[in-house]
Write a protein that binds this ligand. Structure first.
Ligand SMILES: *Cc1c(COP(=O)(O)O)cnc(C)c1O
Length: 403
């Protein structure tokens, strides 16, 4: 269409193609497959964000998030935005200019935490560690050098490397530093044991598109009473209006004060995802993720592939696999996508080109996916002349038989 305004003539596209995405099998670092019930929830009619029916749904979502996080924290609700929005929200509320922050950086998301803390104006001490290994409490103590810190922040499940952190052990370090403990739980919430209260985590955020099996777009956050007291004692206002958790809380609590329009259908989807989670049972869900991850590890090892992370430090929902020498890793991923409609992830940052990342998250954590990804990977590697040491499936069957 051509529209003349006298000033200019614009030629703009006014017809778009219908979108008909194929069904992908999503076994990367996220997004993961949405449960069908969750997709159906997204198609339900819109309610107003102050409709009484919607308000009672919000109360259930808050209660569900508390249970999933294993906390009695008063503040527990989803931020409108993806996991990174939750990261930013927690840091911008807990940190003021010149506050000291000790941040664990042994992967891409740890680096992002440190970068956001710096942008908030904090004095950041990075605790650098090898990508693919967990930071130890002593690594933290050494970097802290006997000084005190406002927060100790680290990633619980580092999706860029496939490493899980021991948060309970980090609590002891935070106590020595006089610090609040902040944890990135984007990949772990709903996928492996996470105990906000028992481990003494003061600030946590997550995402909906990983082990909760919902679409991206919300970030469940929670702050402890201690963290809230620290926010109340701030000398300066929070520099972000949208992420000021006290303001957002006045919408999510009984005040029901308008702050911003809640993404209604995303909240439906999260509610449905939480409903499915508790139908299954939180512990049963953690066990399911662990069972399928262990079967995957057995199959990969049997094939002759090496895993990046030692078993004791391995994240359950995401497995990092070393790319064998001479293999074009991007070509493998292209082969999987074209031949099997199957997506896995490549490496990020310093692990780019060196690993694949296989996610078994939420609805995607199932035996059919374990067997498919192993068989497909074997075919993709064979296409480049790499011969598997053995058929992976007998080891997989044995792992399930022993589980
Ligand atoms: C995915 C992820 C994020 C970022 O979440 P987005 O939803 O992409 O903003 C942060 N931390 C970890 C550990 C993640 O896995």
């Amino acid at each position: 269409m051509t529209l003349s305004t006298g000033e200019s003539t614009l030629v703009l596209m006014t017809s778009l193609r219908p979108n008909a995405p194929p069904l992908r099998i999503l076994l990367g670092p996220g997004p993961s497959e949405c449960a069908p019930e969750v997709l159906a929830a997204l198609a339900r009619p819109t309610l107003g964000h102050l409709d009484p029916l919607f308000l009672s749904l919000m109360d259930e979502v808050r209660a569900g998030l508390r249970a999933a996080y294993r906390t009695e924290n008063e503040l527990a609700f989803p931020i409108s935005g993806t996991g990174t929005a939750g990261m930013e929200a927690v840091l911008v509320n807990l940190l003021e200019r010149d506050d000291a922050a000790l941040v664990g950086v042994a992967g891409y998301f740890g680096a992002r935490l440190a970068e956001i803390a710096r942008r908030v104006g904090a004095r950041v001490t990075e605790v650098r560690g090898e990508w693919g290994r967990a930071l130890s409490p002593d690594d933290m103590r050494r970097a802290a050098g006997g000084k005190r810190f406002k927060i100790l922040a680290l990633v619980h499940g580092e999706t860029s490397t496939g490493v899980v952190a021991d948060l309970a052990a980090m609590r002891a370090v935070a106590d020595e530093l006089g610090a609040l403990l902040v944890a990135d739980c984007v990949t772990t919430l709903g996928g492996m044991p996470l105990e906000i209260d028992a481990w003494g985590v003061d600030g946590a955020y997550a995402g909906t598109q990983k082990c909760l099996a919902a679409p991206a777009g919300l970030s469940p956050v929670t702050l402890s009473a201690r963290a809230l007291a620290s926010v109340a004692a701030r000398k300066t206002p929070i520099t972000s209006w949208y992420f000021d958790l006290a303001l957002v809380k006045s919408y999510w609590s009984q005040d029901r004060a308008y702050h911003h329009t809640a993404p209604i259908q995303n909240i439906y989807a999260l509610h449905e995802a939480l409903r499915l989670l508790f139908d299954e049972g939180l512990a049963a869900r953690w066990q399911r993720h662990a069972r399928h991850a262990r079967a995957l590890w057995a199959g990969l090892t049997q094939m002759g592939l090496a895993l990046l992370v030692p078993e004791a430090e391995r994240l359950v929902p995401l497995t990092a696999v070393r790319v064998p020498t001479g293999i074009d890793e991007a070509r493998v991923r292209r082969f999987l996508l074209e031949r099997y409609s199957l997506e896995i992830g490549g490496g990020l940052g310093e692990l780019k080109g060196r690993i694949w990342r296989i996610g078994l998250m939420g609805a995607g954590s199932k035996r059919a996916n374990v067997e498919l990804v192993l068989s497909a990977l074997r075919a993709a590697l064979a296409e480049q002349g790499w011969t598997a040491a053995a058929d992976p499936l007998p080891a997989v069957h044995a792992a399930y038989a022993n589980a």
